[in-house]
Design a protein around this ligand. Structure first.
Ligand SMILES: Nc1ncnc2c1ncn2[C@@H]1O[C@H](COP(=O)(O)OP(=O)(O)OP(=O)(O)O)[C@@H](O)[C@H]1O
Length: 256
């Protein structure tokens, strides 16, 4: 199993993800306004901003859980269009971890992890189980493999969700507030797992208000407000010298 690092070898050069002039409306509501973002391979981006600023919508557009109406989104060289084959392909390349884990409650932890590799990647069951056990070990819960999600703590369930995403061998991992539904004592165990993925070279976009995590792993912190990227910078400069009044206000609220 030594070839199963969390981060697969990139297949091509160029940015891992590119958003160019991306706009999205929910009905009349203009939720994303001209988003431009290039994410390098191996780069770690932390996205923060007030509630309702469009953070989740932006990352949900990247794996096509939401559809943008204007602009371009390119993932690993493939532009997202309405071509279903391309969408399937992109979903396989982009792992997503949600706030509320989204595990299947009636499947065991092992079955949660092997479902997509078997049905989508057409991996033989035995191999899928071997891969699943590798990643459950990677997130330090191999002994939970035969339990059901309801038998695990929130922190353990979120680590299963991370392992499940890794089993698809994604090139990019998207995290949408992965710790905000957890009790404080479980936050650290999930953040530690994310730090270890970051150290392994995984390309990551994380919507989170865990600013300690941002300081520790982010190459760039992005601040969104009212559907726009208002400010971005490397963490030291972002935290010590925010430029926009909106960013200053936000940081003063969450850092105290
Ligand atoms: N499916 C939807 N239909 C209509 N409006 C939506 C939909 N999803 C989100 N919105 C609205 O779009 C705006 C942006 O939502 P989004 O969830 O992207 O923000 P966010 O920055 O991630 O917020 P939070 O930090 O609270 O999760 C919000 O005003 C929200 O109410």
């Amino acid at each position: 199993m030594s070839n199963l690092s969390a981060s697969p070898t990139p297949q091509s050069s160029g940015p891992a993800i590119e958003l160019a002039g991306v706009n999205k409306w929910y009905g009349e509501f203009h939720v994303l306004r001209d988003i431009n973002l290039r994410v390098r391979r191996g780069e770690k981006i932390v996205v923060c901003g007030p509630s309702g600023s469009g953070k989740s919508t932006m990352i949900r557009c990247i794996n096509r859980l939401e559809e943008h109406q204007k602009g371009r989104i390119v993932v690993d060289g493939v532009e997202l269009t309405n071509d279903l084959k391309k969408i399937d392909l992109v979903r396989q390349e982009v792992g997503m971890v949600f706030q509320h884990f989204n595990l299947f409650p009636h499947l065991t932890i092992l079955e949660n992890c092997t479902l997509a590799p078997i049905w989508v990647r057409k991996m033989p069951k035995k191999k899928a189980e071997e891969v699943a056990m590798h990643f459950l070990t990677r997130v330090r819960i191999p002994e939970q493999a035969n339990k059901y999600p309801g038998q695990l703590s929130g922190g353990q369930q979120q680590r299963v969700a991370i392992a499940r995403a890794l089993c698809m061998r994604p090139k990019v991992m998207l995290f949408d507030e992965p710790t905000s539904a957890l009790d404080p004592e479980m936050v650290k165990e999930v953040l530690d797992t994310m730090v270890s993925l970051a150290n392994d070279g995984m390309t990551m976009i994380c919507v989170t208000h865990e600013m300690g995590f941002a300081r520790q792993v982010a190459d760039r912190v992005i601040f969104m407000d009212a559907g726009q990227i208002v400010e971005e910078n490397e963490p030291n400069a972002f935290f010590s010298n925010p430029q926009h009044e909106r960013t200053k206000l936000f940081l003063s609220q969450i850092l105290h």
